[in-house]
Design a protein around this ligand. Structure first.
Ligand SMILES: Nc1ncnc2c1ncn2[C@@H]1O[C@H](COP(=O)(O)OP(=O)(O)OP(=O)(O)O)[C@@H](O)[C@H]1O
Length: 343
């Protein structure tokens, strides 16, 4: 769907993209990076709206430097910032955008009604956009990106400004854009946890350079850590403590893993093959405790991002200060800010 080769973009004093090479295949792909990492700059280059300083990029096999018009015919774009006219209704605006994309009037009206229904704005479609909530405005922006039935949509921070419930709804909608319509999605965010649930593949950029590109399942692969949760009993009012002591006696060290929501304490231990499962099961049974769960923990993408940053594999190899202001004003607080947001 998308391929970039040593793509760089320099503004006076700032390297926004630094020799970025990556490929994006069909499906839902997350583009993650801290504020200022270069996400919006990349999207504008991919749409043929802003020239790269160096390197090459192709979208749907079309060269961004010479075939921007053809790219924009087949690609939908949801910009990050609020850019909607307040005095027109969602229907008027989305029909207008459909007409701009080349749809004839009747098809534009039909597709607008379908798309607004899909994003959950059908009832409110004749109200002026100025009276909409932030979540409704984000849906209008999504609808106008989808109305011409593109093969690919580029969504720039679609969950910006939404509360947790609004975010979940938007992420669900984005997932359905692919599952219901077969449209591929590139969605940017500075919140890693969001993309873990929504995307098949995640590309992490830091300071305009590629930090990592992997399938979500590779990011979140199972660890060797087992989480064990047991019930308390009259004989063992603190079941987790009793289990920890008994396991220590059997040579299995544990650590407290916090409290499961609405349930007991979780013990964490390192699994050393199948035998560890047997030891835990037999010890729990021997104590007469109930085994609520015993499961392998999975990585969170944010843990991977933090560890790659702390290894210095992010922007350390880049020349200059990509994605960050150069010179004495350069703030350490701006560096690797994605780690903070990722929490
Ligand atoms: N037109 C421009 N002129 C000068 N600098 C720019 C311009 N556009 C972007 N930049 C700089 O390039 C860097 C990357 O910006 P970009 O907007 O692509 O980041 P981003 O990852 O999308 O972050 P955000 O989510 O905050 O928009 C930033 O340091 C930004 O200040």
């Amino acid at each position: 769907m998308i391929a970039t080769e040593s793509l760089s973009k320099r503004f006076p004093g700032v390297t926004a993209l630094d020799r970025l090479s990556m490929t994006i295949t069909p499906g839902v792909t997350g583009l993650v990076g801290a504020n200022g990492a270069g996400k919006s700059t990349l999207i504008k280059i991919l749409l043929g709206l802003s020239p790269a300083t160096e390197g090459r990029a192709a979208v749907l096999g079309l060269d961004v430097s010479t075939e921007g018009g053809a790219i924009r015919e087949s690609v939908g774009y949801m910009p990050e910032h609020d850019c909607l006219p307040p005095d027109v209704s969602a229907t008027e605006f989305v029909v207008h955008m459909a007409r701009m994309s080349g749809l004839p009037p009747s098809a534009a009206r039909e597709r607008t009604a379908d798309t607004l229904r899909h994003v959950g704005l059908y009832e409110e479609r004749y109200r002026p956009i100025g009276g909409y909530s932030t979540g409704m405005k984000q849906r209008v922006k999504l609808a106008q990106a989808l109305v011409h039935d593109p093969k690919l949509v580029l969504l720039d921070e679609p969950t910006n400004g939404l509360d947790p419930a609004g975010r979940d709804e938007m992420l669900g909608l984005i997932r359905r854009v692919h599952t219901d319509f077969g449209i591929s999605v590139l969605v940017t965010s500075h919140l890693l946890g969001e993309l873990e649930r929504t995307c098949d593949h995640v590309v992490v950029i830091d300071g305009g350079a590629l930090l990592r590109s992997s399938s979500t399942s590779d990011f979140t692969q199972a660890t060797a850590t087992l989480a064990v949760e047991v019930t308390d009993t009259d004989r063992h009012p603190d079941g987790a403590a009793a289990l920890a002591a008994a396991l220590a006696g059997a040579g299995v060290e544990t650590e407290a893993g916090g409290r499961a929501p609405g349930a007991g304490r979780v013990l964490l231990l390192q699994a050393d093959g199948e035998s560890t499962y047997d030891i835990v099961r037999d010890t729990v049974a021997g104590l007469g405790l109930g085994l609520v769960r015993m499961e392998q923990r999975r990585h969170h993408i944010s843990e991977v991002f933090r560890s790659e940053n702390s290894n210095g594999s992010g922007s350390s190899g880049n020349s200059g200060s990509p994605g960050r202001p150069e010179g004495p004003d350069s703030s350490p607080a701006g560096q690797n800010g994605g780690g903070r947001d990722a929490a």
